[in-house]
Design a protein. Structure first.
Length: 94
């Protein structure tokens, strides 16, 4: 039976730590995973590090959840929107 995982990353520092684990997971034929990218990865201010992730993995391994529109009033609201979008995505992936 195949195990499905969702790996959530919002910053370059997280991705740097996760990257070796992701390669190990990718080598395991019993595990399938998606990298859910959000937050600072998607911001030009922080280097658009999503491009680094796109270089490392095919598009079907990556799901981007962008809640950084600049219109959100505070971090709590942004986090709530992110969780709602993540919840909707995971429901649809079953």
């Amino acid at each position: 039976m195949k195990i499905n995982l969702a790996i959530f990353s919002g910053a370059r520092s997280e991705y740097g730590v996760l990257k070796p684990l992701l390669y190990d997971l990718d080598d395991n034929k019993n595990i399938d995973f998606k990298i859910i990218v959000h937050g600072m990865h998607l911001l030009k201010t922080f280097g658009n590090t999503v491009f680094e992730i796109r270089k490392d993995w095919p598009r079907n391994k990556i799901k981007e959840i962008n809640t950084c529109s600049g219109k959100i009033k505070n971090k709590v609201e942004e986090f709530t929107i992110t969780l709602n979008r993540l919840n909707q995505y995971l429901k649809n992936e079953k």
